[in-house]
Design a protein around this ligand. Structure first.
Ligand code: FPP
Length: 253
């Protein structure tokens, strides 16, 4: 009997198969810390906002590649709760860029079955951005493709604080509170925890991203700055992930 070869449905899947990636063992949830826009821009002698603009283009490619590969959940750190400390023109430029992206990309994301979600304190972002994000979430809520979560005004510790506040407000008795209780009060409790976290531009830091959910997640740090991150780098991260042995604290025989 001929040996059945896995079939590639698209060019990302074909490239993955060529690299020896097993499409049946993909990380369900990939999280990305998109770092290095500023340094990339500085290296080119252009303004930081142009670096973020280039980062937006990269994100478009990464979302398409993740979706074509068959990754179920992609979560990206678009603006952290700490990013307010940046110069005001950079902050307002980023807010406008994310709003513009949310509006401009909605149609094509919706056509491609992308389900948009957010994580973070949206009550703290400008009204225009908040309504663009909420419109995107609502419009795509019944889609069945990749779940794409934009973390905006997001902090991992703030998320835990928000969870604890809800639990206390619900009047839970202390002895009934378990890890599952906390998990169930995260911003997107129905999402699986990330299996793979990618950080670009070489820093070996967590930067307060999904700190509760990423307890057992595999880290992949690349020197490549976010504006130069290509689908091939995503595949490199997935291939590295598949070479790791995940033990979740246990001993493997
Ligand atoms: C970190 O690079 C990046 C950010 C704080 C913002 C990420 C935003 C984008 C990729 C823009 C597009 C986003 C969306 C959702 C459309 P950095 O500025 O900290 O880089 P540096 O460490 O080199 O200064």
């Amino acid at each position: 009997m001929p040996v059945e070869q896995p079939q590639a449905a698209n060019k990302t899947a074909a490239a993955a198969l060529a690299l020896g990636i097993d499409l049946t063992r993909l990380p369900k949830h990939v999280a990305i810390i998109m770092d290095g826009n500023g340094r990339w821009a500085k290296g080119k002698g252009i303004g930081r906002l142009l670096g973020h603009r280039e980062g937006y283009k990269t994100l478009r490619g990464a979302l398409l590649a993740a979706s074509e590969l068959g990754i179920g959940y992609l979560t990206v750190y678009a603006f952290s709760a700490e990013n307010w400390r940046r110069p005001t023109d950079e902050v307002s430029g980023l807010m406008k860029l994310i709003e513009q992206a949310a509006r401009d990309e909605l149609r094509s994301m919706h056509q491609n079955g992308v389900r948009v979600r957010t994580a973070g304190r949206l009550d703290g972002v400008p009204e225009g951005l908040r309504s663009a994000l909420e419109h995107g979430v609502e419009t795509t809520s019944r889609n069945q493709g990749i779940t794409f979560t934009l973390a905006v005004n997001y902090g991992g510790r703030a998320e835990i604080v928000d969870a604890v506040r809800e639990i206390v407000a619900e009047g839970a008795a202390p002895e009934t509170i378990t890890e599952e209780t906390i998990s169930a009060h995260m911003y997107n409790p129905e999402h699986p925890e990330p299996d793979l976290m990618i950080r670009t531009a070489g820093e070996m830091r967590w930067s307060n991203f999904l700190i509760w959910q990423a307890a057992y997640c595999e880290l992949f740090v690349t020197e490549v700055p976010w504006p130069e991150f290509k689908p091939a780098h995503l595949l490199e991260a997935v291939a590295a992930y598949q070479r790791r042995t995940r033990k979740f604290g246990a001993v493997l025989e």
